[in-house]
Design a protein around this ligand. Structure first.
Ligand SMILES: [Zn+2]
Length: 284
């Protein structure tokens, strides 16, 4: 048990769901899914720089969440097909239930619980993945998120007409975008000053071996084969390698990877202070 004084509500007792009280200056009280929660703001300690000089590029994947320039792929967990079906079932039941009836409230609560499960999985994945990135690489370059691209219709953009229509549509796209944004944010918290956003134009069409840009090099969703030098690669890995090279992969005078740690100050890394993360602690 713990006790805290909240503004306007006096002293409250709560059940600690962690081993000890976090070292936090502020907290927030919320009511969701039929439970009161008290959440403490905790800013993580920066992860020590590995000092290997290694740079990783991360490209937003098409069928996967993130492709790394070392060939690895990272997938943000989502709800299973079965869980999605359960959500639809409870939504249908809620729609049929009488207005203001207890049944309606119960069905809506079940929907909210399933959606919260997905959010928790996503957060957990972002914590683990950002910790791994901060621990493993000196410099972490993200494909710069184009908000316009993320919110535009599934028809696609001028650069990439109709690309991944199914994945970009509706809820799925929004969820993946959330996971991507959170991963970027949490990596910055754990690796302050070591995260850069690389403008994304042509990263998917540019050959990471010779720099040739040609839409014909993108043979399929998965395959990249340069129409100039013949270099072949997984398309997502090729794009991530361009991101790792910085500034859209285009040649530029800025020093890049391998200069031995001296590259840290050259980037356009965000100087924003780490934002607190909220850790949920239910109490009764
Ligand atoms: Zn090439």
């Amino acid at each position: 048990m713990g006790t805290g004084q909240g503004t306007g509500c006096g002293w409250v007792r709560f059940r600690l769901t962690r081993s000890e009280l976090p070292d936090a200056k502020t907290f927030r009280v919320t009511f969701r899914n039929g439970q009161w929660h008290i959440a403490f703001a905790v800013v993580p300690e920066p992860t020590p720089v590995p000092g290997t000089g290694e740079v990783i590029g991360i490209d937003r994947g098409v069928t996967i969440t993130a492709a790394l320039s070392d060939g690895r792929t990272l997938n943000c967990p989502q709800l299973t097909v079965k869980e999605r079906a359960q959500i639809r079932k409870h939504q249908r039941r809620a729609a049929r239930a009488k207005k203001d009836s207890p049944e309606k409230a119960v069905e809506y609560a079940k929907v909210a619980k399933l959606k919260a499960r997905e959010a928790n999985r996503r957060k957990d994945w972002c914590e683990k993945t950002s910790a791994m990135l901060a621990r493993s690489y000196d410099l972490i370059r993200f494909e710069k998120l184009n908000i316009k691209n993320m919110t535009s219709s599934a028809r696609g953009t001028v650069e990439q007409p109709g690309k991944n229509v199914a994945q970009k549509s509706g809820l799925n796209r929004a969820i993946l975008a959330q996971g991507w944004g959170l991963l970027r944010q949490r990596t910055e918290h754990k690796a302050p000053g070591r995260v850069q956003d690389v403008p994304a134009p042509y990263t998917s069409l540019r050959c990471s071996a010779c720099g040739w840009i040609d839409k014909n090099s993108r043979k399929s969703q998965a395959e990249f084969a340069c129409s100039s030098c013949g270099f072949t690669c997984n398309a997502d890995e090729n794009a991530a390698t361009n991101v790792a090279a910085g500034q859209g992969g285009l040649p530029h005078p800025r020093r890049t990877a391998g200069a031995g740690g001296a590259t840290m100050a050259t980037g356009r890394s965000s100087a924003r202070e780490p934002q607190p993360i909220w850790v949920g602690i239910p109490f009764f």
